[in-house]
Design a protein. Structure first.
Lengths: 209, 548, 101
């Protein structure tokens, strides 16, 4: 805790401890990590028991689209990381631009994802579809996991966008500023986590062949 | 322990007199004061507890005779499901950490609140939402869930009862639990009073710390697992559906990856309460402070590695069974370390046999029985014989109720004066202890015999030769409930008519006893400076030792 | 007085220059290119190992620089390690069942 609050009467104390706030945020990120971790365990078990079917099914995915989305997310991580430096330097407009850019990139990711999923639906691959149910069990499991894991990830992208929009607004209104920006840091941390999850999802689903 | 002792303002209403932004009930349900949130949990948890006890008593009544006694089989299935869900997710898991952790953690470490007070309030709101959702699911068309609290697939993806609301209730409650854990870890790391190093923390804080880590690291697994079951029900994804290649055993792995450590979420704070109460009533510095502190962490760690001992009969690999059985035996070591240290603390102490200590003594014996039968269950050969029988039910009730439940009774009798500023009457409290202990053992001891004889758990009907044990157990449930009723009446009476409590009625040495009862709004007028360990009873120990 | 060090300076944070961020970003892109091109080669059971190794390196870069883990208190890195090890243990112990069927 910030040492200054010790020994000061109750009515005077205003608690501020950015390191502690970030610590709490990190703990939250670990819960997110483990949440996906459960899915990675399921993935590992089924990939272990159906190696050939997983390779077969992965050929259905478009590596190019996956790579583009990877680049988009990596770039969005860059922009949001840079926004913290901009904030520290007090360059509000630049920070706003960078956070805005991050949100735009997140949106681009989702648009890509939308078309990718849409294409799968068009060719009849979705949970419970007759086309999918005619496939070997390993393929059903692969696509089950594909939709669940990328779907949950996309949900996190949406949540991350909402968080970043909140941060964007707070910067604009000046409640996040050069000497108090822990909420920007927390939002950025959340966004990087979304990126890290994708860093693992990408090779596990797209690069199997 | 500190110089900042405030005189016992016995007449002061402490934080109850706070004039906040809201008044009346809104002054409670929108308050971010950790003490008010703790009491919110206490009241809501007590409500769920009494309801779940009622379900339990009804189940015991049904088991009084073979065949139908008072209810239909489907009702029985619903009752044991609700009894399990409510007792576990709404009573034992939040019981000690959320109620006493919230109320006491900042007081114990010399802080004015937890690190994230608003998040703390959100946790309670999630808790109450999840709890009500679980209740509402009972009355929705389709009928209450009948899967047991374990939601095992494939039954849970096939049954037409309201599994989904129950799943989401558990999911929301898990989220609440995660946020509490996260809050406590941050609080313990960042808000300890000056001078309070890690090894000057009260042992209840250590146990809350270990518990919080399990809450943070294990709960997300159950979250995702329950979500997968829900997705399975909605879309037929196939992950847990054997018809599509899914593996139901994998569900059990994931379920127990959380739910076994969750057992330690339930028991660890109870162990912490025992470590808190014993030195005070033995008037002795706790024996082996560091061993007890580290054993909490060791239990949390090892306890996360033993989950598959719930699955010895599902067709795991032999290697898996061997490894999990071995690890199960290991986890008994830190638990035993605690018990030995407690006994050593009592040895040559100047014991004051007051109500909190009485409950703790029952706790130690019952927890030991629960622990020993747990070891029996951890042995592969015995496990196969008694798997899914009343033996298992007896074992976990000894740990969960005989252990955690009694620790909670002890905690409430120990901290009641601090929380409410009132003192309860000792006579009825002792009577409730006698009845609860007697009733508890009469109720659950026969379960071991029944299980050994082959009585399966969750069965509505049974063979006539089991009846005598069932009758004994049912009578035990009446004695136990009588004890609980006396306890509650006694405490409620104290709340209304009790004598004002002193700031430190037991002679405790931890920081919560340095502030008035009930504590003022921000706990400490000045943040105390800690200069000694938490259980400094040297004034009693310096008497010439009487060697025997 | 407080063993969680740096209590006094909790408001000051390390400022990472833009150039360092951009450098890391180039590294991440290069690793992505590497992992995609490796996927085209038949590596047998090494596929998963190389893919996960590269992914781990990428996340370490993100964690340490983008997420400032390198510049935080030691306790942050300990926490991260605990979380990661927990997940690995869950995975390994589950495979004590599946790998020996």
């Amino acid at each position: 805790m910030s040492g200054t609050s010790h020994g000061i009467p109750a009515e005077a104390h205003v608690h501020r401890d950015d390191t502690g706030s970030r610590l709490g945020m990190w703990l939250f990120l670990f819960t997110e990590l483990i949440l996906f971790g459960g899915l990675f365990i399921v993935y590992a078990v089924y990939r272990f028991s159906h190696p050939d079917a997983f390779h077969l099914a992965a050929a259905e995915l478009n590596t190019f689209v996956g790579t583009v989305n990877t680049i988009i997310l990596l770039t969005s991580s860059l922009t949001v990381a840079m926004s913290i430096t901009a904030m520290q330097e007090g360059r509000k407009a630049f920070a706003l631009t960078l956070v805005g850019l991050t949100i735009a990139l997140a949106l681009a990711f989702l648009v890509n994802k939308y078309f990718e999923w849409g294409h799968k639906f068009d060719v009849g691959i979705y949970p419970g579809s007759p086309e999918l149910l005619s496939q070997p069990q390993g393929v059903i499991l692969y696509f089950g996991l594909y939709f669940i894991m990328t779907g949950l990830h996309a949900l996190h992208v949406i949540i991350g966008m909402a968080v970043l929009m909140y941060v964007f607004n707070a910067i604009r209104r000046g409640t996040i500023h050069a000497t108090s920006y822990v909420r920007l840091e927390s939002g950025a941390l959340y966004w990087h986590l979304v990126d890290i999850i994708w860093i693992f999802l990408f090779p596990l689903f797209y690069l199997l062949h | 322990m500190t110089q900042a002792t405030v005189s016992a303002g016995a007449r002061s209403r402490g934080f109850y007199g706070e004039k906040g932004k809201y008044s009346g009930i809104r002054g409670w349900i929108f308050s971010t004061d950790h003490k008010r949130i703790g009491l919110l949990y206490l009241v809501s948890m007590a409500g769920f507890f009494l309801l779940a006890v009622t379900f339990g008593v009804l189940m015991r009544l049904e088991m009084l005779s073979p065949g139908k006694t008072i209810m239909e089989p489907q009702t029985y299935n619903t009752l044991f499901t609700l009894h399990g869900i409510m007792m576990i997710f709404l009573f034992i898991i939040p019981g000690l950490p959320a109620v006493f952790g919230n109320f006491l953690l900042p007081l114990l470490i010399g802080a004015r609140d937890v690190f994230f007070p608003r998040l703390n309030l959100l946790s309670w709101w999630l808790f109450i939402t999840g709890g009500l959702l679980a209740l509402v699911s009972v009355f929705l068309p389709g009928g209450a869930a009948d899967t047991g609290w374990t939601f095992y697939v494939p039954y849970s993806i096939r049954t037409n009862t309201n599994v989904l609301p129950a799943l989401f209730a558990a999911f929301i409650l898990g989220f609440s639990s995660i946020l509490t854990g996260l809050n406590f870890i941050t609080t313990i790391h960042r808000m300890r009073a000056p001078g309070m190093g890690w090894f000057r923390m009260p042992l209840f804080v250590w146990s809350l710390y270990a518990t919080a880590w399990i809450q943070v690291l294990a709960t997300p697994i159950i979250g995702i697992t329950l979500l997968l079951v829900a997705l399975e029900r909605w879309f037929g994804v196939g992950i847990f559906d054997p018809a599509l290649g899914g593996d139901p055993v994998l569900y059990q792995h994931l379920f127990w990856i959380y739910s076994h450590p969750a057992v330690y979420i339930m028991i660890l704070p109870g162990l912490g309460v025992a470590s808190e109460i014993l030195p005070v009533f033995a008037r002795r510095t706790i024996f082996g402070y560091k061993f007890i502190a580290f054993s909490s962490v060791a239990i949390a760690g090892l306890g996360s590695l033993v989950w598959a001992h719930h699955m010895f009969t599902v067709g795991m690999s032999y290697t898996g069974m061997f490894v999990f059985s071995l690890l199960t035996f290991l986890v008994s070591i830190p638990s035993a370390i605690k018990i030995f240290n407690w006994i050593a603390t009592l040895y040559k102490g100047s014991i004051v046999l007051d109500v909190p200590l009485l409950f703790i003594l029952s706790f130690i014996v019952q927890f030991s029985i629960g622990g020993f039968t747990g070891l029996m269950l951890g042995a592969l050969a015995v496990n196969i014989h008694v798997q899914d029988t009343y033996f298992v039910v007896g074992h976990f009730h000894y740990v969960m109720f005989g252990g955690t439940g009694f620790a909670l009774f002890a905690a409430i009798h120990y901290w009641f004066p601090k929380m409410f500023g009132k003192m309860y009457r000792k006579g009825p409290a002792v009577l409730s202890w006698i009845l609860a202990t007697l009733g508890f053992n009469t109720l659950y001891m026969p379960f071991f015999f029944l299980g050994y004889m082959g009585m399966p758990r969750r069965y509505y009907d049974y063979l006539p030769e089991y009846q005598s044990f069932h009758v004994i157990a049912t009578v035990g449930s009446w004695i136990l409930v009588l004890g609980i009723i006396i306890m509650i009446v006694n405490l409620l009476y104290a709340l209304k008519k009790g004598a004002p409590a002193l700031a430190n009625p037991w002679g405790g040495k931890t920081l919560e006893w340095t502030v008035p009862s009930p504590p003022p709004t921000e706990n400490f007028a000045t943040i105390p400076v800690v200069t000694t360990g938490p259980y400094d009873f040297s004034e009693y120990e310096q008497r010439p030792a009487e060697h025997s | 007085m407080h063993d969680d060090a740096t209590a006094q300076q909790s408001q000051t944070t390390h400022t990472v220059p833009y150039s360092q961020y951009v450098l890391i970003w180039f590294g991440l892109l290069a690793l992505t290119a590497l992992t995609v091109s490796l996927a085209g080669i038949e590596l047998g059971r090494w596929v998963i190992i190389t893919a996960l190794t590269i992914a781990s390196i990428k996340s370490l870069l993100v964690l340490n620089i983008f997420m400032h883990l390198r510049f935080e208190d030691r306790v942050f890195r300990m926490f991260a390690l605990v979380a990661f090890v927990t997940l690995v243990i869950f995975l390994v112990l589950t495979f004590f069942d599946y790998a020996f069927h």
